[in-house]
Design a protein. Structure first.
Length: 245
C-alpha cells in the first residue's frame, strides 16, 4: 500500500504582496513549498510527492525540493493548471498504479503538523474514504441571499437569508486524504468545473460530496492556517518562531 501526496504550489500569490510565486516566498529562509514538503515527509505516512509548479518554474521548484535532505521521498514536479482543481488533476494523473491513498495539500499551508497529517491518513486507512481537517467556527455566520434583479440594493449591501447553526460549522483546512479510486472518480465527474477559477472546486472534498459520497472531518490545527495576505504571512512567521522555541 502506497500513499501519494499532491502538493499544490502553482498559485501566483498576488495578494501576498511579493514579486515571487507564493510557494517560493521565503519563510525564515526557506520557501513555503519546502516547509510544506518537509512536514509531509516527516509524517512518515507519505511515500511519494508530486508538486504542481507555476508556468516556467518546474526546474526552479525541482531544485528547491530534490536537493533538500529533509525531503526523504521521491519527488516529481509537474506544471500546474489554470485552477487549483486542474492542478490537482495534473498531479493525480502521475500517481503510480500501486498508490491507494492520495493526500492533497496546499503549499500555502506550510506548517501543517506531521501528527495531523498522520491522523488524516490513518483515518482513511481505517475505512473512511474521504477525510478532511477542520476547526470549529467561532464567529456567527450569515448566509446571504442571491442578488435579485427586481430589487435593487446599494453596492456592498446584501440581504441575510439565514443563520446556520454555528456548532455544526467547520473551517476546512488541508491536507485532505482520499481513497485513490474515489478521488479519481470525483475528479473525472467534476472535470468540467475546472475551466475557470469561479467555477472550479475550492477543495477536493467538494468533488467527493458532489458524487453523494460521505466526507469525514477530524480536528484541524492552528498551524495549518492558510497564508493569503501579508498579515497572514507575518502571523505564521511568528507561529513558526514560537514553535521553534
Amino acid at each position: 500500500m502506497t500513499t501519494l501526496a499532491i502538493l499544490t504550489a502553482a498559485g501566483s500569490g498576488t495578494r501576498l504582496g511579493f514579486d515571487l510565486p507564493k510557494a517560493l516566498v521565503p519563510l525564515r529562509g526557506l520557501p513555503l513549498v519546502l516547509h510544506a514538503a518537509r512536514r509531509l515527509t516527516a509524517s512518515g505516512v507519505v511515500d511519494a510527492l508530486v508538486v504542481t509548479a507555476p508556468n516556467g518554474l518546474v526546474s526552479a521548484m525541482s531544485d528547491v525540493l530534490e536537493h533538500d535532505p529533509h525531503v526523504s521521498v521521491p519527488v516529481v514536479v509537474v506544471p500546474g493548471g489554470a485552477t487549483r482543481q486542474s492542478s490537482v488533476a495534473a498531479g493525480l494523473s502521475r500517481a503510480r498504479a500501486d498508490v491507494d491513498v492520495v493526500v492533497v495539500h496546499d503549499a500555502a499551508r506550510p506548517l501543517a503538523p506531521a501528527a495531523m497529517i498522520r491522523r488524516i491518513v490513518e483515518t482513511v486507512r481505517e475505512g473512511h474514504q474521504a477525510v478532511i481537517p477542520g476547526l470549529p467556527v467561532v464567529d456567527t455566520i450569515k448566509l446571504v441571499a442571491p442578488r435579485d434583479p427586481q430589487r435593487a440594493l446599494p453596492d456592498g449591501v446584501d440581504r441575510v437569508a439565514s443563520t446556520p447553526e454555528r456548532t455544526l460549522l467547520r473551517a476546512v483546512q488541508t491536507p485532505q486524504a482520499f481513497d485513490r479510486a474515489l478521488l479519481v472518480r470525483a475528479h473525472a465527474a467534476g472535470a468540467a468545473r475546472a475551466r475557470t477559477e469561479a467555477t472550479a472546486a475550492t477543495d477536493d472534498a467538494s468533488l467527493v460530496e458532489a458524487l453523494g459520497e460521505e466526507v469525514f472531518v477530524v480536528p484541524g490545527h492552528e498551524l495549518a492556517m492558510k497564508v493569503t495576505t501579508a498579515r497572514d504571512f507575518y502571523y505564521i512567521e511568528k507561529l513558526l518562531t514560537e514553535e521553534v522555541r
